[in-house]
Write a protein that binds this ligand. Structure first.
Ligand code: ADP
Ligand code: MG
Length: 684
């Protein structure tokens, strides 16, 4: 097996199951090998019934006095058992499994393991797993993988499939040079892959994980070096000289650029006119004003007769940037032709847009991923910019760059990565940092509150709205589902409509809505026709509505701090005082983490404090970055491994730049595979 086989090569996996796996992004055996667990579950000794607590997972052992009852409620069949132990009682229920009557028979002994909840005042265990005592005892203290699941595809099925896939896997040849492995005490690759899924114990797991994390960084950094070497040699075919029009526009803006913006802009202009292809990252906290820097650079390119493209991760943001640029060019009579290209446009609209791009009837093109699709042909594309770059894979960012003939490339990111790490991770790019917020911004006022504060929050929102401002409310879920504890957008919006007078327009927004609907809602919110927008984190990215002054975040404990910081960045964008209300429905640990946000509005500080609190090697905390799409590695918690990997890459390439020595040949082959997979044929 080379790993490229479809999942249907596994016994017991048919077309239907394979399609469910596809939803998890797993199509081939190789992808399944690398579908790592989200967490691990450890079987504990069975507990006495009188010691059970609600909202925990526990196991109980019992000899049945009576065979299970199966009762019919409408179309549902419920199998129940009642277990007693002195005074304490526990109901155990299973839904639609009537055959249990034949298994759970009087006189037999079992272990039941499941979630204990309180229902109508009674302790109840719902849908527990059933074991023979001997089988259970053998598994005590074993760590069982818990995978990300999807409806219809449970953990057991995934676990079985992984086990089988691993057993079909031939031994892979170790590609990491032996001296590196020995020096850093890294696990062998086959061992690591097996034990990340099925570790014997925690030490074993950490050992396996460290190797895989190292690999992710190591291969990534090698590939970055490879790209960098390619880029450094490229002369630019598109010299972009400073035009007086753009200087005049800069002077005429309603505000003065901050020192940091001016610095970034002059670095960008120096690159654009310097004769070599620009590869630059602009890093700046939310609200630091990255957009205008990008727009000035694009207008510059257009004024020299070239095309420029701006790619953003969401339709809503694309539209907003598009409108903004169009307004700017019209107000200043620049005559720059701007068009929009997004996935939700009709086939005909797209066709017209593509034709206009190809015929150079458009100078600047703003769009989503639609920009990197095959059929789009540019004409003298000199500058490509990716906004909110952390929402794109490196591959996507590179693909846009490949659209023209070595255009200048600018990427923008708000992820607060400490400079030392940024230099490593973006080794193929030059970096400009915008580390200053526009003057006159009032810092957002924060509070972390419990459920009981909600009514106050609603009154506060109403007051702000009556003063002419707007509010966001963020919920983790789209609709009511299995996770009843978490708020959902649809019910929440309905409840707020009842709560507020009819003069306050409440609407909702979520990622499952059609792009057209999302756009319409967002436009109405931006135009002030909607006062309260209840949304999932789809609005997290880049949106700019300066009149919004309240950000209320429900179930705040469910988000990573960096993400909360991004959400909060949606307010505090205008001159009015803004507020961020985080509703913590978690425990004290969560409170401590959220307090960090409460104390600071500085993204870099937040990221480092979060790290300090969780400690490096905290594997199951909320992943922070989403950046650069590593499977296991987290640039914050694994920062030490990242540094080591970077040093090793430097040492290796210093000694053997082309990886041409015999002992490095397996690594060379592995790198070629990696590049192919990550960048397609583009890079090679
Ligand atoms: P981000 O860096 O998060 O992308 P934006 O570019 O969206 O931030 O800018 C946020 C807001 O700040 C926008 O309303 C923008 O017009 C405004 N802005 C940008 N630069 C300045 C400045 N120098 N002075 C005042 N306001 C500014
Ligand atoms: Mg932005």
């Amino acid at each position: 097996m080379n790993g490229q086989e479809p999942l249907t090569a596994l016994k017991g996996v048919g077309e239907k199951t394979a399609r469910l796996f596809e939803r998890l992004g797993v199509r081939t055996l190789e992808e399944l090998w690398h579908y790592y667990p989200r967490a691990y579950d450890v079987f504990q000794e069975p507990r006495p019934i009188c010691g059970l607590e609600p909202d925990t997972v526990a196991a109980v052992k019992a000899r049945l006095k009576k065979t299970a009852d199966v009762i019919r409620y409408g179309r549902m069949q419920v199998a129940t058992l009642t277990l007693h132990e002195q005074e304490a009682g526990l109901s155990v229920v299973w839904y639609n499994m009537p055959y249990l009557r034949g298994i759970l028979r009087a006189g037999e002994e079992f272990v039941f393991r499941g979630r204990v909840v309180k229902k109508r005042g009674r302790l109840t265990m719902e849908q527990p797993e059933i074991f023979r005592p001997q089988d259970y005892l053998e598994q005590i203290a074993v760590m069982r993988p818990v995978y990300g699941q999807t409806k219809g595809l449970g953990n057991k099925t995934i676990e079985k499939a992984v086990k089988q896939a691993l057993s079909l896997r031939g031994m892979e040849k170790e590609y990491l040079p032996e001296p590196i492995r020995a020096r850093l005490n890294l696990a062998e690759i086959n061992f690591a892959l097996e034990h990340i899924h099925f570790p014997r114990d925690e030490a074993d797991l950490l050992f396996a994980r460290r190797r895989l994390v190292f690999d992710e960084f190591f291969l990534f950094l090698l590939s970055i070096r490879f790209l960098k070497d390619q880029k450094e040699k490229t002369k630019s075919a598109y010299p972009i000289r400073l035009s007086p029009d753009i200087t005049r526009l800069e002077q005429a803006l309603p505000y003065e650029l901050t020192g940091a913006q001016k610095r970034a802009l002059s670095e960008v202009f120096a690159d654009l006119s310097g004769g070599h292809v620009m590869n630059r990252l602009i890093q700046g906290d939310v609200g630091s004003g990255k957009t205008i820097v990008a727009v000035l650079a694009l207008l510059q390119a257009a004024s020299c007769g070239y095309q420029g493209a701006l790619m953003v991760p969401t339709e809503v943001l694309a539209r907003q940037h598009f409108e903004m640029i169009r307004r700017l060019t019209e107000e200043h009579g620049l005559g720059t032709r701007v068009i929009l290209l997004t996935g939700s446009m009709t086939a005909k609209e797209k066709r017209l847009a593509r034709a206009a791009i190809e015929a150079h009837e458009a100078d600047l093109i703003v769009g989503t991923h639609a920009l990197i699709q095959e059929a789009v042909r540019f004409d003298r594309l000199a500058l490509v910019i990716t906004d909110e770059q952390h929402r794109f894979g490196v591959g996507q960012r590179e693909s846009l760059g490949k659209k023209g003939e070595a255009p200048h490339v600018l990427v923008m990111s708000a992820t607060p990565i400490p400079r030392t790490l940024a230099i490593i991770l973006y080794g193929d790019l030059d970096i400009s940092v915008i580390d200053e917020l526009p003057a006159g911004r009032r810092p957002v006022k924060n509070c972390v509150v419990g459920r009981g504060y909600r009514e106050n929050a609603y009154r506060f929102i109403q007051k702000e709205v009556e003063a002419g401002r707007q509010a966001y409310v963020i919920c983790p879920m789209v609709e009511a589902g299995e996770m009843l504890e978490a708020e959902n957008v649809i019910d929440y919006a309905a409840a707020l409509r009842k709560k507020f007078p009819p003069s306050i327009a409440v609407e909702f927004l979520h990622g499952r809505m059609k792009a057209k609907e999302k756009n319409a809602i967002m436009e109405r919110f931006a135009a002030g026709e909607i006062q309260v927008l209840v949304s999932t984190t789809v609005i997290e990215v880049g949106i700019n509505v300066p009149n919004a002054t309240v950000m209320m975040i429900e179930n705040a404990e469910r988000y990573g701090l960096a993400q909360l910081h991004q959400l909060r960045g949606r307010v505090g964008r205008g001159a009015d005082q803004s507020y961020c209300i985080m509703v913590n429905t978690g425990g004290e640990e969560a409170q401590k983490r959220l307090e960090i946000l409460n104390r600071s509005n500085d993204g870099f500080f937040i990221a480092s404090e979060d790290l300090r609190l969780r400690g490096p090697g905290d594997m199951f905390g909320v992943r922070q970055s989403g950046e650069l799409e590593f499977g296991l590695a987290d640039i914050f918690t694994d920062a030490a491994v990242l540094k080591t990997a970077s040093e090793e890459v430097n040492a290796l390439l210093a000694a053997d730049p082309g990886l041409s020595r015999e002992e490095n040949a397996p690594l060379g082959r592995r790198l070629a595979q990696y590049l192919e997979k990550r960048y397609g044929r583009l890079a090679l």
